[in-house]
Design a protein around this ligand. Structure first.
Ligand code: HEM
Length: 443
C-alpha cells in the first residue's frame, strides 16, 4: 500500500467499486490465458507458413510486403507435396482464429477492470507493462478484425491486407510473449490455488469470490453471483466449439461442407454438375466470353532475362515473345490428368478435382527455357491479386503442375477459367490463375 496522495479516480469504470462480478479473478483469467497460450502460437506459425506459401521470395509480383527486411528471415521455397499441406495449414489458421474469438472476448471481459486502472501509469516498470498490454490487446483485436474482414472478401483496408496482417502479427506476438512471461508466475500460482474439478462441481448457489488479490481483479464489493465459474467456462468453450463446427466444413469438404454455415464462401458452386466452388466469377473479374473464343484467344509464351539481385524490369526489351498457341494447339500437345484441390488463403477448399491439360514444364521447354528461374502468369483479368502470379522453379517443374484445359472430364467453364488456367499442387488458390493470357519463363 502506498502512502502517497493520488488524484481521485474519475467516476464510473475507473473506480474499483464499479466492478462487481464475483467470478472475476486471477483463476478464471489464468484458465482463459492457458487456452490462449495453446492456441495463439499455432495461429502465429500457420500464419507465417501461409505467408511463405504465398511465395514472397518471388519478389515484385507475389510479394506485396515492401521492405519486409528482417521479418523475411525464415522464408523458404514452399513445397509442392504433400498436396494437402496448404489446405491443412490454412484451414487450421482460419478455423482456429475464428474459434479463438470467444476465448479472447471472455479473457478481455475477465480483465476489464485492469484496462481502466487508475492512475493509468504508476512507475516506469508499470509503463512498460502497459506498453506490452497495448500491443497484446490492440494486436489481437487488429488481427482478428482484419482476418475476419478478409475471409468475408472485404478488402477495403487502408492499405493492403498482407503487410497489415503480417506486421500486426509481429507486433501482437512480441506483446504476447512478453505478457505471457510476465504473467506466468501469477498463472501458476492461481491455477495451483484452485482445483478445476472443484470449480466444475460448484454450482451457482455455492459460487464465492476468490480471496482479494494483489493484482486487483477480484471485486472489492462483489454483487451476488448470476453465473457460476463453470457456467462461464461452458459458455466460452461452447461458443468456441460452435463457431468451429459451423466453419470447419469449408476446409474439410465432402459431406461436412453443408455444416459450414458461418463460412461465406466454399459453398458457392458455379456451372453445371459435377462442380465446385469459385471465388471470383468471370463476370466479377470483368472477363467476357467474347475474349475466349477460338478466334480471339491465344496463349502467348514469353521469355525474360532477369538477374536474381535486380529482378525483372517490366517493359524492358529483355522480354521476348517466343510463340502463340491456340487452344486447339494446346489440346494437340501431350495431355496429363491430376487430382488436386483448390485451397484458398481464406481457409476454404474444394474437394479434389480431376484436371487435364499440358504440363507447365512442357510449355517451359517449348519456350526454350527448360529450367526457368520462375514463371510469371498473366490473366485476361485486369488488375487485382488474381490477375498475375509468379511460380518458383519447383512449382513449374512438378509433374502435376498443369495449364489445365479440362476439369472432371469436361472443358473448363468460363467461371473456372476457360480457355486455360494454372493448377499447381499445394499452392494457394489465388495463384492458380484463371483465363491465362500469357506465361513468361524467366532465365
Ligand atoms: C490474446 C491474448 C491475451 C490478451 C489480449 C490478454 C490480456 C490481458 C490483460 C489486458 C490483462 C490485465 C493486465 C494486468 O494485470 O494489468 C491480463 C492479465 C493476465 N493474463 Fe492475459 N492476455 C492474453 C493472453 C494471456 C496468456 C497467453 C496468458 C498465459 C500466461 C495470460 C495470463 C494472464 C494472467 C495470469 C493475468 C493476470 C491476472 C491477475 O491480475 O492476477 N494472458 N491479460
Amino acid at each position: 500500500m502506498t502512502t502517497k496522495t493520488r488524484l481521485p479516480a474519475p467516476p464510473g469504470p475507473f473506480r474499483e467499486s464499479f466492478w462487481r462480478s464475483p467470478v472475476r479473478g486471477p483463476w478464471l483469467t489464468s484458465v482463459l490465458g492457458l487456452l490462449l497460450l495453446a492456441g495463439i502460437p499455432v495461429m502465429f506459425v500457420t500464419g507465417l507458413l501461409s505467408y511463405a506459401a504465398y511465395n514472397p521470395d518471388l519478389a515484385l509480383v507475389n510479394d506485396e510486403t515492401p521492405d519486409k527486411g528482417l521479418l523475411g528471415f525464415y522464408l523458404f521455397s514452399w513445397p509442392t507435396h504433400p498436396v494437402w499441406l496448404y489446405r491443412l495449414n490454412q484451414g487450421t489458421h482460419v478455423t482456429l482464429g475464428l474459434m479463438l474469438v470467444p476465448i479472447v472476448l471472455f479473457k478481455l471481459w475477465s480483465v476489464l477492470p485492469k484496462l481502466f486502472e487508475w492512475p493509468p501509469v504508476r512507475s516506469l516498470a508499470h509503463l512498460l507493462e502497459r506498453v506490452t498490454l497495448a500491443a497484446v490487446v490492440g494486436g489481437i483485436i487488429f488481427e482478428l478484425v482484419t482476418g475476419i474482414l478478409n475471409i468475408q472478401t472485404y478488402y477495403k483496408f487502408p492499405g493492403n491486407f498482407y503487410p497489415l496482417h503480417l506486421y500486426g502479427a509481429w507486433v501482437f506476438f512480441a506483446g504476447f510473449v512478453a505478457h505471457a512471461a510476465i504473467k506466468m508466475p501469477a498463472l501458476v500460482r492461481s491455477l495451483r490455488g484452485h482445483s478445476m474439478i472443484d470449480v466444475l462441481r460448484t454450482n451457482l448457489k455455492d459460487t464465492r469470490p476468490e480471496p482479494l488479490d494483489a493484482g486487483g481483479l477480484v471485486a472489492l464489493r462483489p454483487g451476488p453471483p448470476t453465473i457460476s465459474r463453470r457456467g462461464v467456462l461452458a459458455f466460452a468453450g461452447g461458443a468456441s466449439a460452435l463457431v468451429g463446427l459451423l466453419s470447419v466444413g469449408q476446409s474439410l469438404g465432402g459431406p461436412f461442407r453443408k455444416t459450414a454455415l458461418l463460412a461465406p464462401h466454399g459453398q458457392e458452386l458455379a456451372g453445371a454438375n459435377p462442380d465446385f466452388q469459385v471465388n471470383m466469377t468471370a463476370r466479377d473479374a470483368g472477363v467476357m466470353a467474347a475474349q475466349t473464343t477460338a478466334d480471339t484467344w491465344r496463349l502467348t509464351l514469353l521469355t525474360e532475362h532477369v538477374t536474381p539481385a535486380a529482378g525483372p524490369v517490366a517493359g524492358t526489351d529483355t522480354v521476348k515473345s517466343v510463340t502463340t498457341l491456340t487452344r486447339a494447339d494446346l489440346l494437340r500437345m501431350e495431355q496429363h490428368t491430376v487430382s488436386l484441390p483448390i485451397a484458398c488463403v481464406e481457409g476454404w477448399s474444394t474437394d479434389n478435382q480431376t484436371w487435364t491439360g499440358v504440363r507447365l514444364s512442357d510449355l517451359a521447354r517449348l519456350a526454350g527455357v527448360p529450367q526457368p528461374l520462375s514463371m510469371l502468369t498473366r490473366s485476361l483479368q485486369r488488375g487485382g491479386a488474381f490477375s498475375r502470379a509468379v511460380m518458383s522453379v519447383e512449382q513449374v517443374m512438378a509433374a502435376d503442375s498443369l495449364l489445365a484445359l479440362r476439369v472432371n472430364g469436361a472443358d473448363l467453364t468460363l467461371d473456372h477459367g476457360y480457355p486455360a488456367r494454372v493448377i499447381v499442387p499445394d499452392c494457394p488458390g489465388v495463384h492458380n490463375t484463371k483465363w491465362v493470357a500469357s506465361l513468361t519463363f524467366r532465365r
